[in-house]
Design a protein around this ligand. Sequence first.
Ligand SMILES: Cc1cc2nc3c(=O)[nH]c(=O)nc-3n(C[C@H](O)[C@H](O)[C@H](O)COP(=O)(O)O)c2cc1C
Length: 328
Amino acid sequence: MDLSTTYMGLKLKNPIIVSSSRLTSSINYVMDCAASGAGAIVLKSLYEEQLLVDVENLMDQDDKYFWYPEAVEFINEHSKEMGVAEYITLIKEAKEKTSIPILASVNCITPAEWPKFAAKLEEAGIDGLELNIAIMPFDPKISSQDIEDTYVEIVTEVKKYVTVPIAVKIGPFFTNPLSIVKRLEAAGADAVVLFNRFYSPDIDLENEKVVRDIELSAPEEITQALRWVSLLSGKVTCDIAGNTGIHDANGLIKHLLVGAAAAQVCSTLYINGIGYIDTMLEGLEKWMAKKNYSSLDQFKGKLSRDEKNAAAFERVQFMRKTLTGKID
Ligand SMILES: Cc1cc2nc3c(=O)[nH]c(=O)nc-3n(C[C@H](O)[C@H](O)[C@H](O)COP(=O)(O)O)c2cc1C
């Protein structure tokens, strides 16, 4: 059975990509992911600030750049264990010790200066670069258009310095995801990852305190990305990877059916262990055998091409229910 797929111009032996997280931050984990059958791996994100300046000098420069609090927190917490030098070593080791595509990831919010250093990641041997762009719109003076322009400028700028394919991982909060994806594609993105899952603090009522959110996704969260993968399917030439809430083979198959070229997984591997990649692949094969498919191309995007199914994803509101239970 042929499980291979093409994602951002890279040939993957199967569509499971281990998404960026602590599970992809060390060579041992990376080797475990490869041994369990992953089609590709996205390494833990570096922050653009880490690429821009030496970590040691970083905190002296806060007049020069505006640091997002989360970036400062991240760098305080993690810079010692994962600086740029360590990241480059990780890339080289991952390339040496595995035979699957390895993507670097940069968590970025500006197109300023840092993209020229992205070339260092390419020199280290990555097969592709994922831009994890998450611009928090907390300034009312900045319009949605300005924010979207920044996404596009980041891709345009990075393209000047790297030749490997680029994927852009975005969140779901755009007025028109189709429009921003089209713009990213026009700027040179070879793939988009739909969608990242953001940190969302909760409130502890007993102690009246803001608390950390639940880090891992739940399988029910899959539906948001399914809708937009479906709506984009056939309308863009860049590849799409589904992400968030893909916890098993069924989640993976759903994404392929609506048109994703690949599926990125994280939470399920935290919950079930890295070896679960293999279980997901078995589930995919079993389903394909039952349906008489011998390659992914035979069913990739099938549901998005069917007008009735596609229309279901376009619908936003429930119909009104009358008091008698009838729908009008
Ligand atoms: C502990 C943890 C660390 C993460 N770190 C990163 C990161 O560095 N870069 C990134 O792009 N996404 C990061 N993510 C997000 C995941 O890659 C993924 O997009 C998200 O968890 C949704 O996928 P899932 O439902 O399979 O978990 C992280 C997620 C978790 C749970």
